[in-house]
Design a protein around this ligand. Structure first.
Ligand code: NAD
Length: 428
């Protein structure tokens, strides 16, 4: 029997790449679960990897051929779900890792989806809207047999948005000869999108953090929050934390970080950003500091909501927060995990903390299939229930296995997928 993963799992703690980090955690959890080697190999292997050529006539009349990918990591729990990203560095290896990430995230929140991811290697900054639309439509047409409400359901990711999802829905619908809104999520509300999708991830960050604060007996009124990244996730999370009585003492974006120990007025910051090309440059609501300094501020909750690999073995020792709430995907390198743990810092892992987004995407798919749409209040009430249950499940699992919340979340997810697989059986 091949127990290779058992040997590699007691972490070298050297992984600094977000996908390597994810694999290190997956392997640790698989080892603790004592997963059968065959099941381990099954869960590590993507079910389908597709590469498509996307020939496009550019605006200047020339023809260019782009490369597109779609990876279905696993669909034993339901149709596969995962975003599509556009970018010059998109490649199959990255898409494969992100697809696996989605399998675990959907399983943690116990929604009936598997994991997938897609991408097109292109530079959106150099493309016109017309060219972007052509790429999107041809990519969709090439993957017509893969996508489908019962098969594989894409969503937005880096450099794709509501409009791109609308083009995917329209292209798919044209080919199948009827409007099929449930083929993709993250659509504009007019095209079958869900109320509350915009707020979902930031709200989920607050819901999971508040659950941990309650568990630790922390009073929101005495809780100082620091948020890295002031985009969709960071700005909504900041608002949500303020609404429960916490004080957001620092925020940041690519322009730098802004610190005010008395509390930043988040509504002012959002308004300022809206009139300032989406950036906080020269924001006067706080003293300007660097993003590195922001991460090391004295606070109760640190919310990395910008990029991958922000907390590494280099700065983990300097983090003073009591809780790290991972709004971004992969903001903590695996190499930092043992340092944070030795400092007694509680980390709410990304696959739980930011899963509010995929949860409301699931609601969008459900509503599209029913043809009946919920109010924002309904969406938030259901989101709250799912995330609170997931938080409880993760903590129970972590306590049972005497591990931190991150490994607890991976154990819970892998166990759910492995049990489903066992009950379905292996066809072959
Ligand atoms: P966004 O593009 O709306 O915002 C990103 C923010 O990060 C911007 O304010 C940007 O200026 C800032 N930023 C970029 N580089 C920075 C740096 N070096 N230092 C500080 N700030 C920096 O993106 P988003 O949708 O808010 O996503 C943020 C993270 O959350 C990503 O990791 C994303 O994958 C993850 N996530 C998003 C969702 C969602 O629903 N939007 C769901 C799950 C996970």
């Amino acid at each position: 029997m091949d127990y290779k993963y058992v040997e590699s799992a007691p972490l070298s703690h050297t992984a600094e790449d977000p996908f390597e980090s994810m694999m290190v955690r997956f392997e640790t959890a698989a080892m603790l679960l004592d997963l059968h080697p065959g099941v381990y190999t099954y869960l590590k292997t993507p079910q389908k990897q597709i590469i498509v050529a996307i020939p496009i006539q550019m605006d200047d009349g020339t023809i260019e051929v782009f490369e597109g990918y779609r990876v279905i990591h696993n669909d034993v729990r339901g149709p596969s779900k995962g975003g599509i990203r556009y970018g010059p560095d998109v490649n199959l290896k990255e898409v494969k890792a992100l697809a696996a990430w989605m399998t675990w995230k959907c399983a943690v929140v116990n929604i009936p989806f598997g994991g997938a991811k897609g991408g097109v290697k292109c530079d959106p900054a150099k493309l016109t809207q017309v060219e972007l639309e052509k790429i999107t439509r041809r990519y969709t047409a090439n993957l017509l047999d893969v996508f489908g409400p019962e098969r594989d359901v894409p969503a937005p990711d880096v450099n794709t948005n509501e409009q791109v999802m609308g083009w995917i829905m329209d292209t798919y619908s044209m080919h199948v000869r009827h409007t099929t809104t449930a083929v993709v999520t993250g659509k504009p509300i007019l095209l079958g999108g869900s109320q509350g999708r915009v707020e979902a991830t930031g709200k989920g960050v607050m819901i999971t953090t508040k659950a941990l604060m309650d568990k630790l007996g922390m009073n929101p009124k005495q809780t100082r929050i620091v948020v890295q990244g002031f985009g969709n996730v960071g700005s909504i999370a900041s608002q949500e934390f303020q609404s429960i009585g916490c004080t957001v003492i620092a925020i940041s974006d690519v322009s730098g970080a802004y610190y005010n120990p008395k509390g930043i007025n988040i509504l002012d910051a959002i308004k300022y950003r809206q009139t300032n090309k989406g950036l906080l440059t020269d924001f006067s609501g706080g003293e300007k500091i660097s993003n590195e300094e922001l991460l090391e501020l004295d606070c109760e909750v640190l919310v990395p909501a910008a990029l991958e690999d922000q907390i590494t073995k280099k700065n983990a020792n300097k983090i003073k927060a009591k809780i790290i709430a991972e709004g971004a995907n992969g903001p903590t390198a695996a190499a930092a995990d043992p340092i944070l743990q030795s400092k007694g810092i509680h980390v709410i892992p990304d696959i739980l903390c930011n899963a509010g987004g995929v949860t409301v995407s699931y609601f969008e798919w459900v509503q599209d299939r029913m043809g009946y749409f919920w109010s924002k209040e309904d969406v938030f009430e259901k989101l709250n229930r799912i995330l609170t249950e997931a938080f409880t499940d993760v903590n129970k699992t972590a306590e049972q296995h005497k591990v931190n919340m991150r490994i607890g979340a991976y154990i819970l997810a892998i166990d759910r997928v492995a049990k489903t697989l066992k009950m379905r059986g292996i066809y072959g």
